[in-house]
Structure formats: C-alpha cells, structure tokens
Write a protein that binds this ligand. Sequence first.
Ligand SMILES: NC(=O)c1ccc[n+]([C@@H]2O[C@H](COP(=O)([O-])OP(=O)(O)OC[C@H]3O[C@@H](n4cnc5c(N)ncnc54)[C@H](OP(=O)(O)O)[C@@H]3O)[C@@H](O)[C@H]2O)c1
Length: 430
Amino acid sequence: MTEPLRVALAGLGTVGGGVIRLIDANRELIARRAGRPIEVVAVSARDRAKDRGVDISRFTWVDDTAALANHAKADVVVELVGGSDGPALALARATLAAGKGFVTANKAMMAHHGLELAEAAEAKGTALKFEAAVAGGVPVIKSLREGAAANEIGRVYGILNGTCNFILSKMEAEGRGFDEVLAEAQALGYAEADPSFDIDGVDAAHKLSILASLAFGTRPAFDRVEVTGIRHVIAADIAEAAALGFRVRLVGIAEAGAHGLFQRVHPHLVPLDHPLAHVVGSTNAVVAEGNYVGRLLFQGAGAGDGPTASAVVADLIDIARGEFGPPYAMPAKSLSELPAADPGERRGRAYLRFTVPDKVGVLAEIAAAMRDAGVSIESLIQRGAAEDGSVLVAIVTHEVPERAVAQALEKLRGSQSVAGQPMWMPLLGG
Ligand SMILES: NC(=O)c1ccc[n+]([C@@H]2O[C@H](COP(=O)([O-])OP(=O)(O)OC[C@H]3O[C@@H](n4cnc5c(N)ncnc54)[C@H](OP(=O)(O)O)[C@@H]3O)[C@@H](O)[C@H]2O)c1
C-alpha cells in the first residue's frame, strides 16, 4: 500500500474522540476504500491530562493548536475545536496558507468565513472539506456538490437543529411547555447549558447559509438569513397545529430565483403529509428541489460522536483519494451574488395566535384588522378562558402575501384586545 494520509487533529471532545475511535475501528476498510491508510499522527486540545476514553499517548501532543498547521509529519489538519473565530479560524488560515488540506465540522466558522477560506484553499490547490458542518452524519454536502451537481436547485430547506426538533417533538408528545422541556433536554445533554445558539435559530441559520451557497452557487450570506427560534412556541400552538393537521417544526428555508435570495429560519406549521412532519427527536432532514432530479430528501443523525465522525472521516477519505474540488462546488470567483428577496412578496398560508381578554368585541377587532389588510381567514378557533381569564385565538389564513399579514399585525399592535406578542408561523407549502 502507498503512503498513509497523516492527520493532525485539533479538538478531542465529542467529535474529536469519535474520529479517533472510528479510524481505530474501521482502519482496514478505510484503507481499502481510500487506497491508503489514514493515520492520526498529532493531536491538540486544551487539557493534556484529561481522560478522553481513548488512548492518545500514541500520538504526538502539541500544546499550541495553531502549530498543527505546520506540523512536519501531517498532510492534513482536522479542526474539531469550534467557534467562528479564535483558535479554529487561526488554524484554518494557517493550514490553508501552508497548502495542506483542512477538514472541519465547524458550521459557525464556515458560515462567517467560508468564502475567505475557500479562496485560500483554491489559491493553494488544496482541500477544504466540511461535510460534518451541516446535518452531522447526513452526507448532504457531498450530495449537493456531486450527486445533484447537474441540477438548478430552486429551493433547499429542512430541519437543521436536533435540539430544537427534540424539544418540539417532546412538547408535542407530552403536551408540556417549552421551559420545562428545555430544562429536561439540558439535563439529558441534548441542549447546552447556554442553549441560545440552538433555540434562537442561529445554529440552523449557520447551516442554512452553507446549504444555500452550495445549492444555488451563490456567495455565502449568513448575515442575510432572517432568524427566529422556538422560544415563543407554546404548548397551545402545538395542540392547535395538531388539531388542524400540522406539526410545528423549526424549518430553515432558502430559495433563489428572479426574486433574489431568500433565507429564513422560523418555526413553521408542517402538514402531516409532508416528510418533515415525521422527523422526530434529534434527527435532521434536508430537502433539495432540483429541476431535473425533483425532490431529494436526506435524513439522519444531525449530531453525536459517531455520525459526526462518519462525515469527518468521509472527507478524509476523499482527500486520501485525491478527490476534492472547489469547496463550494465551483470556483469561489464563479459564485454569484443575488440581491435579498423581499419577504413581503412571499405568498402563503399562515398561522396566527393571539392571547386576548375574555370580553365582547375582541374577535371583531382582530377580524377587522385582517379584513382591512386584505387577509382572508380560512379557520378561526377560540379556546375558553385560562386561569388568568385570557382566551386563545388561533387563526389560519388563506394564501396571502406576507406583507398583508404583517400589516394586520401592525394594526393590532398596542391594542387593548391583544395581550403580549402574537405568534406568526408560516405553513410550509409545496
Ligand atoms: N457534537 C456534535 O454532535 C457536533 C455535530 C456537528 C458538528 N459539531 C461541531 O464540531 C466541533 C466540535 O464539537 P464538539 O461537540 O466535539 O465540541 P467539544 O466536545 O466541546 O470539544 C471541543 C474540543 O476542543 C478543545 N478546545 C476548546 N477550546 C480550545 C482552545 N482554545 N484551544 C485548543 N483546544 C480547544 C477542547 O479541549 P479540552 O477537551 O482539552 O477541553 C475539546 O477537546 C464544533 O465546531 C461543533 O459545532 C459538533
């Protein structure tokens, strides 16, 4: 067999440990598939003494993570530290500048700095691979870059955050409130101690911007993703959605066309006959619609040491084979820049939920605001008074422009008839 591909590994946490275990377990098979062995030669993390459940004494320990970039024995660097900037970015820049291949699972860094890193990789003719950065073990990046490469893709969307899907699925299955389920998810290790990146939709937005760029051949535009997380979804929203034949899911959706580039992460009502309605627990799923292939659905584990390591090592196998092209499937200079689409022009049905006082005239005021804005109501449910005397009103609109719904909500802003912030969720169409 020919020379091994020698790997320097930064980060020995959940994913880093998984990569070492996977390479150990499948060593022979990987060598046959890659045409040569893949060997970890050097590692780096913060704490050398930490027990990691795998033997790292056989590797060279490097205190300074950035120094892995120029490690004499390494052909390629794997970054599993995390964070959009800091040591991960310094290592990426230094590795690519040294002309070595770079593999990462870091969606935050790719969302913020992907274009710069792709340009650096292309300038040196080296690999920049990031399969694990989107949907963990699900090979969606490879599928878009290669399998669907002949298609014009108009829309890519999916369930991109396992923590949110776990919380929403559990709220639905057990009829419990958001705060209670979040606390349980944290206790079980499904949610971070600081869960905001997940539950506020930022993590999904990172992944969506990467997918959009690959799917449409556009420059990554994370700063133009509209982001709303699941904090304000209440148990009653999920119950009303179920009564209407929908499930609530945090969906990231991107579209490109004559109207420009549209990117949004928002809780949606997903009809029960749509595959995304059946994605439960911490699973991720991505749908891409190509003009020749039709609808593609990718689904699987979006996180965890095994699935994420599977994606990282698949990238290493490609590099070992010498099979890699431009990181975004076309040279960075060929990526186009689309103007942002106007979300107000989008047409669709929507779910609206209001908490209102139990008194005469409230429904009439809401209905008048809808009528004045040109929003026609398909169904309206009013649920009896809660302990505090408030009543829940849930509305599904006919297909209307989003601008009209926004106008109706604006008319009701500050009204005595509406307590708190109304909830708006689009219905996933198509
Ligand atoms: N966990 C998943 O399921 C998953 C899925 C997809 C993508 N990812 C991505 O994979 C990356 C790693 O995630 P993870 O879950 O494995 O994280 P993790 O368990 O927190 O591990 C992070 C590792 O990085 C090391 N590290 C942290 N700060 C460092 C610094 N300043 N200098 C050097 N090393 C440092 C830590 O060292 P010590 O161990 O010594 O503290 C640890 O070994 C992230 O970008 C994440 O978004 C994770």
